[in-house]
Design a protein. Structure first.
Length: 130
């Protein structure tokens, strides 16, 4: 698959899920109550609410924009061979791990990120083994 096409699809998916997608279903774990009550408005998201709305906080929405920017930069780095494939692959794995860990602040974010994480890891694993 073409890297440009992959970057566009991943970016659209991330933007849609973290900025546009609304649902009445919310998934939570007990740690979220600590985050929601103690870290301020920037980290607050809907917990145990049946309202039809976004279930992602401002931190998650801003983080998705940073991730989209990373995907665009990664595309150009790979396209123009600016960094070795091994370094890009290792850095990409590091980024995916950081995303996975940070997303546990909101179980909804974990669920929204899983398809992206699996797809991106699978794509890069296949891309760099060739």
């Amino acid at each position: 698959m073409n890297l440009f096409f992959i970057t566009i699809i991943e970016s659209i998916y991330l933007y849609y899920m973290f900025h546009v997608f609304r649902t009445k279903y919310s998934f939570n774990h007990s740690f979220e109550f600590l985050v929601n009550n103690n870290l301020g408005d920037y980290f607050q998201h809907s917990i145990k609410s049946n309202d039809y709305r976004r279930k992602i906080c401002k931190f998650g929405r801003d983080g998705s924009l940073v991730l989209i920017l990373y995907l665009i930069i990664r595309f150009f780095i790979i396209k123009y061979n600016l960094i070795s494939k091994n370094k890009i692959n290792n850095f990409n794995k590091f980024i995916l791990i950081i995303i996975f860990l940070l997303s546990w602040m909101n179980l909804n974010a974990v669920i929204y990120f899983l398809p992206f994480l699996i797809f991106d890891y699978y794509f890069f694993h296949n891309l760099f083994i060739q």
